[in-house]
Write a protein that binds this ligand. Structure first.
Ligand code: GLV
Ligand code: MN
Ligand code: MN
Ligand code: MN
Length: 408
């Protein structure tokens, strides 16, 4: 069996983790920011050192290619992302990109000549924190959104994605999706508690839940906090609070599988003695079942209508992202299980709670994911951790599945 150079893989993960400290010392590498540029520069250098031909497409996806037998046929692609949320951990996304690099290097070191090219992708703006939707680079790669529309996306900070990519030097010239993969594999930390709780080393991810992102704006009327009777108020803050509480209750009605999050909530004018005239909040709904997710969305629309009437406010909704649940390729899932068992690793099938680039690539080619345990189930937090041995085991399983898929 071939092995991964663990010290180099883990060393690079640690080095990339140091890139992008913000003014408060937090790891924040938002898409197309200066921090993202620094991360991309580092990863591009490592890809070149590994002998990859690196290209950047028009939406800024970084793609490294190794075609030792010169076939030019569809590559087996590995990938993930290196952009982060605000105050992020070190593993989300970076693990998959750097493990892909380690896999290619392991094959090269062993003198293996795969009969198919291998490709490694670091997709633009997977997190969607600065520019919605999330998984934007892979969505464009898979043809689900035009490059022009994606480049025109306006961020939460008022910037335009295309201008920011040009500014950081990562607006490439190649049309996204030019390389049509034969198969796509993504290693990722689980970001949830299942593997750790069950003491299982490897997740063979067979599906991924649906996601619905909306921004809700509630307009009431500003007025004096001391003089306005409670029954005469048009309080956007109260309406927002009622909505947050309802979402939690409604999620609980989804067979324990629906989840709902209000991650942003802004009140205006944001003053202690002024009734809020406006509330702007984001809603993140997810469910592995398409019908249940659609029913939740329909209930939400009704709830917003009722809230508008009862609280005497107006409500407008802007859709930010909407992706149905995805089923991954059963053949690759079986190969992942077999590879894990052959290495003596425990494995279970599972559903991904998070969104991933693999869900977009599944539109183009057979795709699946490998999960490794997250300590305490924590992610999107600086407390995110995965044990070194688990990271290396996940990369080794990906190595074996890649060899299996390309036939060396
Ligand atoms: C991306 O990380 C998401 O699932 O929100
Ligand atoms: Mn991720
Ligand atoms: Mn993430
Ligand atoms: Mn993700």
């Amino acid at each position: 069996m071939l092995s991964i150079d663990a010290a180099r893989f883990l060393g690079r993960l640690a080095a990339l983790a140091e890139i992008g400290r913000d003014g408060q010392g937090r790891r924040t590498r938002l898409a197309a920011s200066d921090a993202d540029r620094a991360g991309r520069d580092l990863v591009t250098g490592w890809m070149r050192e590994a002998g990859l031909d690196v290209r950047v497409d028009r939406i800024g996806n970084l793609i490294g290619l190794w075609d030792p037998s010169g076939t030019g046929s569809g590559p087996v692609m590995m990938g993930s992302h290196i952009d982060t949320v605000i105050d992020a951990g070190a593993y989300d996304g970076c693990t998959g990109v750097l493990a892909g690099l380690a896999v290619i290097e392991a094959l090269r070191a062993a003198g293996d000549v795969p009969t198919r090219p291998l490709a490694l992708a670091a997709f633009t703006n997977e997190e969607g924190v600065r520019y919605a939707p999330d998984m934007l680079g892979s969505l464009v790669y898979a043809g689900g959104l035009s490059v022009e529309a994606a480049l025109a996306t306006v961020g939460t900070d008022g910037t335009v994605l295309g201008e920011e990519l040009a500014r950081i030097g990562y607006a490439g010239s190649e049309a996204p999706g030019t390389l049509r993969p034969h198969a796509y594999l993504e290693l990722h930390v689980e970001q949830g508690p299942v593997l750790e709780r069950e003491g299982v080393a490897i997740g063979a991810v067979e599906d991924l839940q649906g996601i619905s992102w909306q921004e809700v704006t509630i307009e009431g009327a500003a007025n004096h906090a001391g003089t306005t009777p409670m029954d005469l108020r048009r309080d956007a803050g109260v309406a927002a609070a009622l909505l947050v509480a309802w979402l939690r209750e409604r999620a609980g009605a989804g067979n324990g599988r629906s989840v709902a999050t209000v991650g942003r909530l802004r009140l205006e004018p944001d003053a202690i003695n002024v009734i809020p005239a406006r509330a702007v909040l984001t809603i993140d709904l997810r469910d592995p079942d398409a019908g249940r997710l659609a029913a939740f969305e329909a209930d939400l629309r009704q709830r917003l209508d009722g809230l508008a009437r009862r609280e005497n406010v107006t409500v407008t909704v802007r859709r930010l992202a909407r992706f149905d649940p995805v089923t991954f390729d059963s053949g690759i899932v079986r190969r992942i299980e077999a590879a894990a068992r052959a290495r003596g690793l425990s494995v279970r099938r599972m559903t991904s709670g998070a969104g991933h680039d693999a869900q977009m690539m599944a539109r183009l080619c057979p795709a699946a994911m490998i999960f490794v345990p997250s300590i305490g189930g924590i992610s999107h937090s600086p407390a995110e951790r995965t044990a070194d041995a688990d990271l290396v085991a996940g990369a080794a399983v990906m190595l074996d599945v890649v060899r299996d898929l390309c036939g060396t």
